[in-house]
Write a protein that binds this ligand. Structure first.
Ligand code: GAR
Length: 192
């Protein structure tokens, strides 16, 4: 069984979906660590309830990204993390982490990349009057949401769509897709 670390900055509904998939034995993995860059994030409460260890840090307390990523790498190694899933981690992964986990970091993003990368992809899609949006899961490289795409699922944007309704549709899709894709990646040997 692979040890995976999850990185999150906010509410953690995707974290929760992964926790539940592990619990239901739909995902054969152990969540060995939650890495969180926001001490106020609700995901920390979820981790506490699920008894998953956390590493919480405040980027501004470090002199550089290299320094806090070095600290993250130390924590990941202590827990023998073999694979990383970014789940609403609102920060670019830097070379220090990428070097250690090359090809073993994936991200979920609420749009059909390369459309609407970066922050507030849902707001961007609505502002552009797009007819379609969706969910992308991709490997992480040094760019902003640019790494090789693993899977995409399209979601229709209705004429009367609101931010809330679109967010709900996207998150429902994310919560099913992410655990399933993680299971696929881990069982085909990614993360070795
Ligand atoms: C998710 O919708 C995820 O796709 C998005 O943040 C949300 C986190 O929700 N990620 C990005 O926008 C990354 N660029 P959650 O905290 O409830 O899982």
């Amino acid at each position: 069984m692979k040890n995976i670390a999850i990185f999150a900055s906010g509410s953690g509904s995707n974290f929760q979906a992964i926790v539940e998939a592990v619990r239901a034995e739909e995902l054969a993995a152990k969540i060995c660590l939650l890495v969180c860059d926001n001490p106020k994030a609700y995901v920390l409460e979820r981790a506490r309830k699920a008894r998953i260890p956390t590493f919480v840090f405040q980027p501004r307390e470090y002199a550089s990204k290299e320094e806090f990523e070095q600290q993250i790498v130390t924590q990941l190694k202590e827990r023998n993390a073999e694979f990383i899933a970014l789940a609403g981690y609102m920060r670019l992964v830097g070379p220090t982490l990428l070097r250690e986990y090359e090809g073993r970091i994936v991200n979920i993003h609420p749009s059909l990349l390369p459309e609407f990368p970066g922050k507030d992809a849902i707001g961007q899609a609505l502002a552009a009057n797009a007819k379609w949006s969706g969910v992308t899961i991709h490997f992480v490289d040094q760019g902003m949401d640019t790494g090789p795409i693993i899977v995409q699922e399209r979601i229709r944007i209705a004429d009367d769509e609101t931010r809330e309704s679109l967010q709900r549709k996207i998150q429902d899709t994310e919560h099913k897709l992410y655990p399933a894709i993680l299971q696929m990646l881990l069982t085909r040997g990614e993360g070795k």
